[in-house]
Design a binder for this molecule. Structure first.
Ligand SMILES: Cc1cc2nc3c(=O)[nH]c(=O)nc-3n(C[C@H](O)[C@H](O)[C@H](O)COP(=O)(O)O)c2cc1C
Length: 338
């Protein structure tokens, strides 16, 4: 039995008998425990896909398939993600302040549509605690040999006018621990956050981050929404290029829920299969207008959807919802087809 079959037959039925968030918490608890057990990590490594190395924004990736932000918000299972075969992992979104997120339930499954809707609202331990955890991991010698990105966002209690200082706080603490940093300006679940995609606000944010990124600079990426107009996207590309951004992550979840029957709809960001086409269009729109490297995220479920993103010009790929539905076999399937 291969990893895909084992996940489909045994692991997924257990996880899917729980609520989406309880399943997620259980998976994270196990991977967190595994992260400090070398013998378990070695067992997980059996799922590892073949190496397909590439270098993007100066970093060496053993393969182009990464874990998207939001899965390991607190950076508790970094060694396990590497052992499972991810070519890179993005932790976060981390905010300057610890936050509980929105009331539960706040993650919803749509198996028929291959989708999830979430309105978690950046529940996370906060930049101080996460920096401490990552520092300890570095000192332990268990830091993995894959790039680790840290995705940062605005704390809910911080007014949008003070967003720059809030991002700067997290950036200063976390950038030294990260291989790359992502400015998340596109989650639909923090009121006002997406307004940071507007030209003046983005310019201000990028200038401040650039100034703070002088010593041992890290590649800084921006993660954008799939709900932007083409004009807005073009402005973001121009602003990013003018301000030393290293790449763009396209895309975050969408607020377009037209693929979900109204009777089952929920407020939040939609991810998975219904997002595939839109996010691929964004990858194509960016790579046809700019040489900025793109990390594609949205609806990667199999080798074909992964290939589609690469053909649209993406350099790297990230999975979230596809991994929930397909499990570790997804990496092997995509990697062997690339
Ligand atoms: C439950 C859940 C939580 C997420 N949390 C975050 C987050 O904290 N920060 C972020 O940038 N993206 C977050 N995302 C978005 C994913 O990183 C990804 O960009 C998006 O889901 C599209 O990819 P997918 O179709 O493979 O899921 C989250 C997605 C899901 C489903």
């Amino acid at each position: 039995m291969n990893a895909d079959q084992a996940y489909q037959r045994f692991v997924r039925p257990i996880l899917f008998s729980l609520s989406a968030e309880a399943a997620h918490d259980l998976a994270i608890r196990n991977l967190r425990a595994a992260s400090s057990l070398p013998s378990v990590l070695r067992t997980l490594e059996r799922f590892k896909p073949l190496p397909k190395p590439r270098t993007v924004f100066g970093l060496a990736f053993p393969n182009p398939l990464g874990l998207a932000a939001g899965f390991d918000k607190n950076g508790v299972a970094v060694p396990a993600w590497a052992a499972l075969g991810f070519g890179f992992v993005e932790i976060g979104t981390v905010t300057a302040k610890t936050q509980p997120g929105n009331p539960k339930p706040r993650i919803f499954r749509y198996p028929e549509e291959g989708a999830l809707i979430n309105r978690l609202g950046f529940n996370n331990d906060g930049a101080d605690a996460i920096a401490k955890r990552l520092r300890a991991l570095r000192q332990s010698g268990r830091w993995p040999a894959i790039p680790v990105g840290i995705n940062i966002g605005k704390s809910k209690v911080t007014r949008i006018e003070e967003a720059v200082a809030d991002y700067l706080y997290s950036f200063r603490l976390l950038a030294p621990l990260a291989d790359y940093v992502v400015l998340n300006i596109s989650s639909p679940n923090t009121p006002g956050l997406r307004s940071l995609q507007e030209q003046d606000a983005l310019e201000q944010l990028l200038r401040a981050i650039r100034e703070a990124n002088q010593n041992g600079p890290r590649p800084v990426l921006v993660k954008i929404a799939p709900d932007l107009s083409l004009t807005e996207l073009e402005q973001i590309i121009a602003t990013a290029e003018q301000n030393g951004v290293a790449g763009i992550i396209a895309t975050n979840t969408t607020i377009d829920h037209s693929s979900i029957p109204a009777s089952r709809d929920q407020t939040g960001g939609l991810s998975g299969r219904p997002l595939r086409e839109k996010s691929t269009e964004f990858v194509r729109a960016i790579t046809s207008r700019s040489r900025l490297p793109v990390i594609a995220s949205g609806g990667i479920f199999d080798a074909e959807s992964a290939r589609e993103k690469l053909e649209a010009g993406a350099q790297l790929l990230q999975v979230y919802t596809g991994y929930v539905y397909r499990g570790p076999g997804l990496l092997r399937e995509i990697s062997s087809a690339l």
